[in-house]
Design a protein around this ligand. Structure first.
Ligand SMILES: NC(=O)c1ccc[n+]([C@@H]2O[C@H](COP(=O)([O-])OP(=O)(O)OC[C@H]3O[C@@H](n4cnc5c(N)ncnc54)[C@H](OP(=O)(O)O)[C@@H]3O)[C@@H](O)[C@H]2O)c1
Length: 172
């Protein structure tokens, strides 16, 4: 960890392409992560072992509770399964994209009435939600995870980008 850099506890909800590669970058930058998936953290043993002492796997609720910052990297269509009161006061990074063929159709998104992040923000009561990571493919993140030696939260990760209307939600 660089002098003057703050160590951040990061909860990760969804540990697939995006969640796992973000975790690699976070750990490499000196942060601590708790990873979760839809199976209470089961199946993440190899990833946790690769990441070392700064990483654990746990339930979604435990990962959320742990994180000062919580990254949500699940298929967007599952957002209503997230416990709506668990994110109160948390800085939440929404990495999700809306794909109707995967997520099911949301009429309010199809007619540009709102954005996927606004729907998620409305569901997660009290969360301070920003959208990020949605415009680069996970292969890019994988390369960064391998190549980038240090990576500061607060820089690239928290650069805000919203889908569709590209509207800023709650800046962090
Ligand atoms: N892949 C990309 O290049 C990319 C780029 C930008 C944005 N995105 C967006 O980022 C999000 C994640 O994409 P991904 O490619 O990382 O997906 P992925 O590889 O399929 O991983 C999804 C993860 O979410 C977990 N999950 C699924 N449903 C859940 C639920 N209801 N509660 C908790 N965890 C759940 C899965 O757990 P299980 O393994 O237990 O099912 C898995 O760990 C998507 O919205 C995607 O559109 C992806």
């Amino acid at each position: 960890m660089e002098k003057g850099q703050t160590k951040v506890k990061i909860g990760i909800i969804g540990s697939g392409n995006i969640g796992a590669n973000a975790a690699r970058l976070f750990v490499r930058a000196g942060h601590e992560v708790v990873l979760s998936n839809s199976r209470g953290g089961q199946g993440l043993e190899a990833l946790v072992s690769e990441l070392g002492a700064k990483a654990k796997a746990a339930t979604l609720e435990e990962a959320t509770h742990f994180g000062e910052v919580v990254l949500i990297a699940i298929p967007f269509g599952k957002f209503k399964t997230l416990p709506e009161r668990a994110f109160d006061g948390k800085v939440v990074i929404d990495a999700g994209n809306y794909y109707p063929e995967r997520d099911g159709k949301f009429a309010e998104l199809d007619n540009d009435q709102t954005t996927s992040s606004e729907l998620m923000a409305a569901h997660l009561k009290g969360a301070r939600l920003s959208k990020a990571l949605t415009q680069s493919g996970s292969s890019i993140w994988q390369l960064k995870a391998i190549r980038v030696g240090r990576w500061k939260i607060g820089a690239r990760f928290l650069s805000l980008a919203t889908t569709r209307k590209r509207r800023r939600l709650w800046p962090v």
